[in-house]
Design a protein around this ligand. Structure first.
Ligand SMILES: [Zn+2]
Length: 109
């Protein structure tokens, strides 16, 4: 599940990701969405409503995620750890490190 969260982080360039992934079998339940910006820039509407747990969840993910062998299989880039302070300085911009894992041995199994 953590590799899937990593994939969503990468897919949306750190601007949107799925977090709090839980489930039974192949069914995911109680998924939360986190977006870097809380408001839609065009309409000023709240993105994904009140359940959007926002930037803090994305920063927490970069600080706590440990890549698994599945991240390597998906050729996901290494995540650059964001500090809480960095998230404030970066404003609406977040940088994705495009370095890939070299081998599966680099990651915890
Ligand atoms: Zn990962």
């Amino acid at each position: 599940m953590s590799a899937f969260a990593h994939w969503t982080y990468t897919k949306y360039n750190g601007k949107l990701m799925l977090v709090d992934l839980q489930g039974v079998g192949l069914k995911l339940t109680d998924i939360a969405v986190a977006t870097w910006d809380l408001l839609d820039k065009a309409t000023n509407d709240l993105l994904f409503g009140m359940d959007n747990i926002a930037r803090k969840a994305i920063v927490d993910f970069t600080q706590n995620h440990k890549c698994s062998v599945y991240c390597v299989y998906l050729s996901l880039p290494v995540i650059e750890v964001l500090s809480d302070t960095m998230s404030e300085y970066l404003g609406s911009e977040v940088q994705i490190n495009q370095n890939e894992h070299e081998t599966a041995e680099e990651v915890a199994l």
